[in-house]
Design a binder for this molecule. Structure first.
Ligand code: ZN
Length: 424
């Protein structure tokens, strides 16, 4: 059914103007509310009686808002307000996203109208829509929201503004302010939503860690490579790890303090690391319990560089494969498992030979599996310290290894190191 038909049906059920219902419906669907849910909340709004709703939504404390509320009235302080441009049905909308808080708690919001929200403002949002995102309620401030600014501020326990360290950033964060060094930066041309466009991408670092970034409208201050303050950045997942997004609405200013980028990756339990959903730079210690198929001597497609089976690329069909070395090793520390993926160089180390040696061994044995077997013999049962980028997605937990070293610390030294870390 088209949106128009849904509106028609609702309007006749509720005995209200179709255009009004349609615009409400459109709004909700625009906020990614599933159409059935949107219709239900409109039935409540227009007093269908079926859910006893209707009238002005009741005032609620932030902590009491639940995804089941169709709409609510809240008084809260704006902690963050970040602008972002989204494309919906072919046109661009500027939205404002951030967090609100009162004495009881915090809640994410999206403002679809230009209300002029600034961090520190205390507002009352009458008839704010509630939607569920990732199991949590979120407020939608839109056309039907009556928004007023309060003179008295609330005693909000949360810090106003979005200052954060890279290690604290999570996918979904909005309106964050960071002070970072630019560790890597390259200008690239991508196929954007408006055709070819130039962006910057690379790696940022601060005292707490490192994260990849994309700068959608190249900022000279970032390209210059000096330390910068970035206001109004947001965090999105890209290839399974959080990535800092610097948009046209972000403010980038050079700063003249040195940023001492921590060179140590965070060391974590495997289980803990996997539960984060993805980390850019992490160190894990665990036993290599198996070497998976597709390890050792492999062949890649010359077109897309993906691994091929029996000369067949899933995309490019029959191809002349390029020989390469890699290892997919399962690492287990008792709290969980990840697959560590070793590139050709790291594979040479654990194999104890290079590509020529591997090809020679395969020719002699008339079986390329001998290379994987040799690697299996070398590493399974030993403990390794693995550092790299962890992504967790439908393909499982994969650690793109930058370092893979046998862990020869004795347990006492490890315990001491651990205690030092806890103390720090
Ligand atoms: Zn291919």
């Amino acid at each position: 059914m088209e949106l128009d038909d849904h509106a028609e049906e609702l309007a006749s059920d509720l005995g209200v103007d179709k255009e009004e219902v349609k615009s409400d419906l459109q709004n909700l669907v625009e906020y990614s509310v599933p159409v059935d849910e949107a219709k239900q909340s409109l039935r409540r709004k227009y007093g269908d009686g079926s859910s006893g709703g209707g009238g002005t939504p009741s005032a609620k404390n932030v902590a009491d808002v639940t995804p089941e509320d169709g709409s609510v009235t809240v008084t809260a302080t704006v902690l963050t307000a970040g602008k972002r441009s989204i494309r919906y049905q072919g046109s661009d909308h500027v939205i404002v996203e951030g967090q609100l808080a009162d004495e009881t708690g915090r809640i994410d919001y999206t403002a679809w109208e230009e209300f002029g929200l600034e961090p520190g403002d205390t507002i009352t949002a009458g008839n704010a829509g509630v939607r569920e995102w990732d199991g949590e309620p979120e407020l939608n401030l839109g056309e039907s929201t009556a928004l007023s600014f309060e003179d008295d501020s609330l005693a909000v326990p949360d810090e106003i503004g979005g200052e954060a360290q890279l290690a604290d950033l999570e996918t979904g964060d909005r309106a964050r302010t960071i002070e970072v060094a630019v560790l890597e930066c390259e200008r690239r041309t991508i196929d954007g939503r408006d055709g070819e466009t130039e962006i910057l991408s690379g790696v940022l670092g601060d005292e707490s860690g490192r994260l990849p970034f994309t700068n959608w409208e190249p900022a000279p201050e970032i390209e210059d490579g000096g330390p910068v303050r970035i206001e109004n950045a947001y965090v999105q997942e890209f290839r399974g790890v959080p990535e800092v997004n610097v948009s046209e609405f972000s403010r980038v200013t050079p700063i003249d303090r040195e940023i001492d980028v921590g060179s140590d990756a965070t060391t974590m339990d495997v289980g803990e690391a996997v539960r984060t959903g993805g980390i850019y730079d992490v160190e894990l210690v665990g036993n290599a319990i198996a070497v998976r198929d597709g390890s050792g001597l492999i062949q890649r497609c010359p077109e897309c560089y993906r691994v091929i089976q029996k000369g067949q690329c899933r995309t490019h069909g029959d191809v002349d494969g390029i020989d390469d070395l890699r290892v997919k090793a399962i690492i287990d520390d008792g709290t969980g498992t990840v697959t560590a993926i070793l590139d050709d160089e790291l594979t040479e180390d654990v194999y104890g030979g290079n590509l020529e040696d591997a090809l020679e061994a395969a020719r002699e044995a008339m079986d390329q599996e001998v290379v994987a077997d040799e690697i299996r013999e070398n590493i399974v049962g030993r403990e390794y310290r693995v550092r790299g980028h962890l992504s967790v997605d439908e393909y499982g937990a994969n650690l793109d290894a930058e370092a893979f070293e046998e862990n020869d610390d004795d347990p006492a030294a490890r315990a001491t190191a651990f205690l030092e870390e806890v103390d720090a």
